[in-house]
Design a protein around this ligand. Structure first.
Ligand code: IVH
Length: 694
C-alpha cells in the first residue's frame, strides 16, 4: 500500500471512492445484518486510512465520506441487565495432551492422587451465542445476552419467542430462583432455508448460522425474532436458590425435565481417555449433527468439586473447551500494513486476496510481530497458507514455494512509527531480553497512540459511554475537540461553539443523548477508572485486584506517588498484591508519576468522581487479613488454600512482614515461621486455619 504522503491526487481520489464504498458496506454488515466480516482492528484501519487521506487532501473529501456518518449506535436499543452471577468463558485445549493436562491440574488443585477417579461430562460446544434466562417461582422474569460477562443486553421479549425456552417451568423440584444458561443457535437446514428466503426477497444473505442467530436475536421487534428459527440448548446455570443436583450430569438432566432442550450427545466419562474418545466420536459425526459446533466441552461432574475448584480470572477451573482443529486455505499476500496500538506497539497485518475459510470470507490475517515475519520469511506477493479457528483472528501458517524465483525482496520491518515517524524500538528488559514488540517511543504525542488510548478510554469495559465509540472519538480527535480524556467531559460546556446538533449525522436528540451518557459516567468505579487509563500491563484483571486491595483511588494514587523510586513500603505493598506482577507495578508507577500523564489524570479527576471499591464483606473472620502460607499443606493444595482464602476476602502474601496477620505453617516450615515468631505474628496449623475460615 502506498504511504499517504506519497499518494498522487488522482490515486487519493480513487482510493477515497473505494474506501467510502468499503466502509459503507461494512457498516451495513455490522449494523443492519449483525454479520461483520472485518475484525474491529481491520475496520478501524480502513477508517484511519480514509481519515489520513482526507487530512492530506481536504478538497477531495467526498459528499458521502464515511467519516461524517456518526451518531448512530443502534446497540443502545436494548436495556442492560446485570448478571447476578458473571457469565464466564472457557479456557481452551487444542490437543489430547492439553486434555490430560487439564485432568492432572484439577487433581493437583484438589490434592487428589494422580490416578484417582475423576468423572467429567463431555458435550458438544455449540457455535452460537450464550444467553441467560432468569426464572422466579417458575416464571420467566428476564433474559440477557452475555455482554461483557458482567452486564448483558435485555433480550427478554426476543428470548420468550423461542420454543426451547419455556415461559413457565415444567415438572417439579426447580428452585425458586433459577438462571438457566445456554446457547442460542440456528440449525443448518433452517439456515439454508432462511438464506433462500433472503435471496428470493433480494436481500443480503447471512454469512453463517452464528451470524444469522445473532442478527435474529437482536431484532428490535420481537415479532420479527418470532419468525426466525432460533433454538436453545441449556447447559449451565447462574444464580440458583437451591442446588440443582449433586452432579453436573444430573443438574442438566433436571433442566431437561423442567422444559429445556438439552444436548443428547452429553456423556458422562470416567477418565481423560474416555473424554478424548467421545471427542473423536463427536468430531467424526460433526457434519451430520445438523448444527454448527466448534469443539467439545468437558466439565468436572461432582458439583462439590466444581465449587472447590472455583475460577481463575474469567474461566472456571472445572471446565475446558477442546477445540476442533482450525480450517485452512491458500491465498495471496497482497500487502503488509503496520498498525500502531494504544501502547505504541507496531503490529503487522496481512492484507490477503479474499478467500473463504470455514464459511467465512477472510481478507486479513495477523502476522504477530517482526520476528515471526522474518522466521517464516513472509514477503509481499507470496502464496500463503492461512488458518482460521473459530473466533480467533486468522493466521498465516507458511509460505508455499519459498524457493521460487522472482520473489519480492525480504520484508523490511519499519524502524520508525508509520504514523508519527518517531523511532520505534524494541525494549530490553532487566534480564537483557529483547521485547518481541517494536514500539513507537512518542507516547501520547503520537496521534495513533493518543487516539487509540481515547478509544480504549470509552470502550465497553472502561467508561462505556453510549454514543461515543471509536468512530466518534476519531471525529472529535480530528477536529481537535477531544485530545485527552478530560476533554470528553467538557464537550457539553463547549457546545455553544461546537454546536454538535448541527453536524452531519447528528441532531438535537442525539447530541443531548450523548451529553447525558457522558454525564452518567461522572461517577465511575475505581477498577474501571484505572483500567480506562490504558496503562501497559494493567488490564481489567489487574485493575480489579488493585481496586480490591486499596479500596480508595485517592489512597492508591498517593501510595503510587510515594512508590516512584520503586523502593520503600509503598512499593513493597504494591508488588505484594497477589496476581499483580512486577511488570504491572513498574508500569503503574512510571505512568502515574510521569508529569505529562499526571497532568492528564489530575484534569480527569476534576471532571469525574471515582467510587471506592467495595470492601470485602467483613462477616468472615479472615476478610481483610493478610496471610502467609509456609511449609507443606496436607489437607488441600497450596493453590486451593490460596484461592479459598482470597474468596473469603483475605490477602495472600508470599513474605512475612509487619503487615502479616497470620502465618499458616505446615511441616517443614522454616525461615518464614521463625520470622513470624520473632515479629510476634499469630501462627496457625492448617487445621486451625480451616477452622478459622469456617
Ligand atoms: S459452559 C462457566 N457448555 O462457549 C462455563 N459453554 O468459551 C459456562 N458454549 O460463553 C459455559 N457450548 O457461549 C458451556 N456446552 C457448552 C457450550 C458452551 C457453547 C459457549 C458459551 C461460552 C463459550 C465459552
Amino acid at each position: 500500500m502506498i504511504a499517504v504522503q506519497d499518494l498522487t491526487e488522482e490515486q487519493a481520489k480513487r482510493e477515497l471512492k473505494k474506501l467510502a464504498m468499503e466502509i459503507k458496506a461494512n457498516d451495513a454488515l455490522y449494523y443492519q445484518d449483525d454479520a461483520p466480516v472485518l475484525s474491529d482492528a481491520d475496520y478501524d484501519a480502513l477508517r484511519k486510512r480514509n481519515l489520513e487521506i482526507e487530512a492530506r487532501f481536504p478538497h477531495l473529501i467526498r459528499k458521502d465520506s464515511p467519516i461524517k456518518d456518526v451518531g448512530a449506535k443502534p446497540s443502545g436499543k436494548f436495556g442492560k441487565i446485570k448478571h447476578a452471577v458473571p457469565m464466564l468463558s472457557l479456557d481452551n485445549a487444542f490437543t489430547d495432551e492439553d486434555v490430560i493436562d487439564f485432568a492432572a491440574k484439577v487433581r493437583r488443585f484438589l490434592s487428589m492422587d494422580e490416578d484417582a477417579a475423576l468423572a467429567c461430562t463431555a458435550e458438544p460446544k455449540i457455535d452460537g451465542l450464550s444467553a441467560s434466562v432468569r426464572y422466579e417461582n417458575g416464571k420467566l422474569i428476564h433474559a440477557a445476552t452475555r455482554g461483557d460477562g458482567a452486564v448483558g443486553e435485555d433480550i427478554t421479549s426476543n428470548m420468550s419467542t423461542l420454543k426451547d425456552v419455556p415461559a413457565t417451568l415444567e415438572g417439579v423440584g426447580w428452585p425458586d430462583v433459577l438462571e438457566v444458561r445456554g446457547e442460542v443457535y440456528i440449525a443448518d437446514a433452517d439456515f439454508d432455508a432462511m438464506n433462500k428466503a433472503q435471496e428470493a426477497a433480494g436481500k443480503d444473505t447471512y454469512k453463517n448460522p452464528r451470524n444469522a442467530a445473532a442478527g435474529s436475536l437482536r431484532q428490535i421487534d420481537p415479532r420479527v425474532t418470532a419468525t426466525r428459527p432460533l433454538k436453545f440448548f441449556a447447559y449451565a446455570w447462574g444464580e440458583i436458590a437451591a442446588p440443582l443436583a449433586g452432579t453436573q450430569y444430573e443438574a442438566v438432566q433436571n433442566l431437561g425435565k423442567w422444559g429445556f432442550s438439552i444436548n443428547a450427545l452429553t456423556k458422562l466419562c470416567e477418565s481423560a481417555e474416555e473424554m478424548i474418545a467421545h471427542y473423536r466420536k463427536i468430531e467424526t459425526d460433526r457434519s451430520t449433527l445438523g448444527y454448527d459446533i466448534d469443539g467439545v466441552v468437558y466439565k468436572v461432574n461432582d458439583l462439590a468439586l466444581q465449587d472447590r475448584l472455583g475460577f481463575v480470572s474469567r474461566h472456571p477451573r472445572w471446565a475446558i473447551a477442546h477445540k476442533f482443529p482450525a480450517e485452512k486455505a491458500i491465498t495471496q499476500l497482497e500487502d503488509i500494513d503496520i498498525q500502531v496500538g494504544r501502547t505504541g506497539s507496531l503490529t503487522p497485518v496481512a492484507r490477503l486476496k479474499p478467500v473463504t475459510v470455514g464459511g467465512v470470507v477472510v481478507s486479513n490475517a495477523t502476522l504477530h510481530n517482526e520476528d515471526e515475519i522474518a522466521r517464516k520469511d513472509i514477503r509481499i506477493g507470496d502464496t500463503v497458507e492461512i488458518q482460521r479457528a473459530g473466533d480467533v483472528i486468522p493466521q498465516i501458517l507458511r509460505v508455499l514455494d519459498p524457493d521460487r524465483e522472482g520473489r519480492s525482496a525480504p520484508y523490511e520491518y519499519p524502524k520508525t512509527c508509520p504514523v508519527c515517524e518517531a523511532d520505534a524500538v524494541r525494549e530490553i528488559d532487566a534480564k537483557g531480553k529483547e521485547d518481541v514488540v517494536r514500539r513507537c517511543v512518542n507516547g501520547l504525542s503520537c496521534p495513533a497512540q493518543a487516539i487509540e488510548s481515547l478509544k480504549h478510554f470509552v470502550s465497553r469495559r472502561a467508561f462505556d459511554i453510549d454514543g461515543m465509540g471509536a468512530k466518534q472519538i476519531e471525529v472529535f480527535f480530528e477536529k481537535e475537540l477531544v485530545k485527552e480524556p478530560a476533554h470528553i467531559f467538557s464537550l457539553e460546556a463547549r457546545n455553544n461553539e461546537i454546536k454538535l446538533e448541527t453536524w452531519e449525522g447528528w441532531g438535537e436528540t442525539s447530541a443531548q443523548n450523548l451529553f447525558a451518557a457522558i454525564n452518567a459516567r461522572r461517577e465511575i468505579p475505581f477498577d474501571r477508572f484505572l483500567y480506562a487509563l490504558g496503562i501497559r500491563h494493567v488490564g481489567q484483571g489487574n485493575a480489579q485486584l488493585i481496586a480490591k486491595h486499596y479500596l480508595s483511588f485517592d489512597k492508591f494514587h498517593r501510595a503510587i506517588k510515594q512508590a516512584r523510586s520503586k523502593i520503600g513500603e509503598e512499593w513493597a505493598e504494591l508488588i505484594s498484591i497477589d496476581g499483580v506482577g512486577e511488570a504491572a507495578a513498574g508500569s503503574l508507577v512510571e505512568f502515574l508519576n510521569a508529569p505529562q500523564n499526571a497532568f492528564v489524570v489530575d484534569e480527569l479527576l476534576e471532571a469525574v468522581n471515582v467510587i471506592d471499591a467495595e470492601a470485602p464483606s467483613a462477616d468472615t473472620a479472615v476478610s481483610g487479613k493478610t496471610v502467609v502460607f509456609t511449609g507443606k499443606l496436607e489437607l488441600m493444595s497450596r493453590d486451593e488454600a490460596k484461592a479459598k482464602a482470597q474468596s473469603l476476602g483475605a490477602k495472600v502474601s508470599g513474605s512475612v512482614s509487619g503487615k502479616t496477620d497470620y502465618v499458616v505453617a505446615g511441616p517443614g516450615a522454616g525461615s518464614k515461621l521463625k520470622k513470624a515468631e520473632s515479629l510476634g505474628i499469630k501462627t496457625l496449623t492448617e487445621a486451625e486455619w480451616l477452622e478459622l475460615m469456617r
